[in-house]
Design a binder for this molecule. Structure first.
Ligand code: XMP
Length: 533
């Protein structure tokens, strides 16, 4: 990592699902932040040169054998360097445990929104008296450590926050990083600007510079790089960034899988060549993908097959490039985002720079993460592994990617294959493409597209009876989905006006061959996912 004079904030990760969210909130507040494993050596921590330190939450109990603990010298280091420190949830419990307080299993687990009232003045809660906070913990502080005072408690009477008398160490039992905690951003800002006395000095331009430097450092001067452009925001911004770092050594490929939206291939190629001036080769691989998917209905099998076929197509393209260049590209760029990494856990194989391991279950194998075969022929460049979608959009804006392109809804790597439930055929893909195009066109025409995070049509593997013209029909059902979300990790269905849904349904049933019924999905995530497979 480049040594800079920036006000850098170190986050020590003890396995919380929210650790990257803390990092993101800190970035939004204008500070550079970086996540290291909670067990990182004191040398690594010193080398980083933080101006303030945050200890994340985590699923373990501090009194459990084998629970993750910081380097033994950490606390002395923090005190002698006078580094402002904030412990969140498990991070606060580590603090309590180390300084001689008592942590034990709570009689009643605190989970969800909970009222918190301030008990003694502190810079952390400057301007706040009471608020609703998001709690998620089974252990609680039953004895305060020496030198600390109670700063806030929950309506249930549990310790919600503590301050050290030295004014530099703070512990909070709730999660300020999630949007459910009112005043969460104020509390984090207070910690950085009031308690630590730091001034924001970091912005998107610096992140771009850091990522470009990281890419240059990762890729040897004689290596060639291949990038799979999907037509989505993530891979496009990733390619633009890598192109800035490596120039002509980047070779982009656009694979037409036959599972893309209507006219997508042509639209995307025009954008790459005419607007972004990225060097791109288009590969028509429809036949390859459809024959691999023939007879396969299981969603996970489809995802894995598509992931493997992508890599096989890249391998062939790389062999072609090898012949043309006299050497084989050894790196592959992917626009993998943090939510892709965490939802495909524990699959990551590229050794992301700062994700300290996590404890979440595999929800789906994303083709750009979990579906990669073991014998991967490329080393991965994944500049956005720690970022969220809207951060990548903001970066694209800074890099000059056209606005109309950045505002496109996300589209999954496996494409229409995960929206055609059951077996994927060319006919099914054509049917879905047509229905989807009508839906998207109408969303745009009625000014709804930009209000929605993601909208899609899904082709269901069932037929229902209908009546069209004079006769009985027996045709397929199309489901429509539209959600609002800020990062794809949670989502709400979009509350369309019923008149709009009726107009879309009419057009689809009248214009799309093979469909006689349309339904609307009114499920949030969780419990459902955004895609249907
Ligand atoms: P789910 O369906 O898991 O989707 O709620 C969350 C977001 O991720 C997108 N998605 C993918 N993106 N490769 C991708 O690049 C994939 O395999 C993949 N699967 C889902 C999905 O469209 C939504 O935006």
């Amino acid at each position: 990592m480049k040594e800079t004079a920036l006000n850098k904030i170190l986050i020590l990760d003890y396995g919380s699902q929210f650790t990257q969210l803390i990092a993101r909130r800190i970035r939004e507040l204008g500070f550079y932040s970086f996540v290291l494993p909670g067990t990182a050596s004191i040398q690594r921590i010193e080398d980083f040169g933080a101006k303030a330190v945050i200890l994340s939450g985590g699923p373990a109990s501090v009194y459990e054998q084998g629970s993750p603990k910081p380097a033994p010298e950490l606390w002395t280091y923090l005190q002698t360097k006078k580094l402002p420190t904030l412990g969140i949830c498990y991070g606060m419990q580590l603090m309590v445990d180390h300084f001689g307080g008592r942590i034990e299993a709570a009689h009643k687990r605190e989970y969800g929104r909970m009222g918190v009232t301030i008990q003694s003045p502190s810079e952390l809660f400057s301007g706040i008296t009471k608020f609703q906070a998001w709690m998620s913990h089974g252990d609680e502080t039953s004895g305060l450590p020496n030198g600390f005072e109670l700063a806030a408690k929950s309506v249930e009477g549990a310790v919600a926050a503590i301050n050290h008398q030295n004014g530099r160490m703070f512990g909070i039992q709730f999660h300020p990083e999630v949007t459910h905690t009112e005043e969460g951003t104020t509390i984090l800002r207070n910690f950085l600007t009031k308690a630590a006395g730091l001034t924001p000095d970091w912005e998107m331009r610096s992140l771009i510079d850091t990522l470009i430097e990281n890419i240059k450092a990762q890729v040897p001067a004689d290596a060639e790089v291949i990038c799979a452009l999907s037509g989505g925001v993530d891979s496009t911004v990733a390619a633009t960034l890598v192109h800035k770092a490596l120039g002509k050594r980047l070779h982009c490929i656009f694979v037409d899988t036959g599972l893309l939206r209507f006219e997508e291939g042509n639209r995307v190629m025009r954008m790459f060549t005419e607007k972004l001036h990225l060097p791109v080769t288009r590969i028509d691989a429809e036949e390859r993908f459809l024959s691999k998917l023939s007879g396969v209905a299981d969603p996970e099998k489809k995802r894995k097959l598509i992931g493997a076929e992508f890599i096989a197509v890249f391998d062939d393209a790389a062999a072609g490039l090898e012949r043309a260049l006299g050497k084989k590209p050894s790196f592959l760029v992917q626009g993998t985002l943090y939510p892709d990494v965490i939802e495909s856990s524990p699959a990551p194989k590229s050794g992301g720079t700062s994700t300290a391991g996590n404890h979440s279950h595999t929800i789906k194998s994303h083709h750009n993460v979990g579906g990669l075969p073991e014998d991967l022929q490329f080393k991965l460049i994944e500049p956005f592994r720690d970022l969220f979608k809207d951060e990548v959009r903001a970066m694209g804006r800074e890099l000059g990617v056209p606005e109309e392109f950045l505002e496109r809804h996300p589209f999954p790597g496996p494409g229409l294959a995960v929206r055609i439930l059951g077996e994927v055929t060319r006919e099914a893909a054509d049917t879905l493409r047509h229905a989807d195009e009508i839906y998207v066109e109408m969303l745009k025409a009625e000014g709804l597209y930009s209000k929605i995070w993601q909208a899609m049509a899904i082709l269901l593997p069932i037929k229902t009876v209908g009546v069209q013209g004079d006769g009985r029909t027996h045709k397929q059902v199309v489901a429509l989905r539209a959600v609002t979300s800020s990062d794809g990790m949670t989502a709400d269905f979009y509350p369309f006006d019923l008149g709009f849904l009726g107009r879309v349904s009419n057009r689809i049933c009248n214009e799309v061959k093979g469909v006689n019924r349309v339904t609307y999905d009114i499920t949030s995530k969780p419990p459902a996912t955004i895609e249907w497979e």
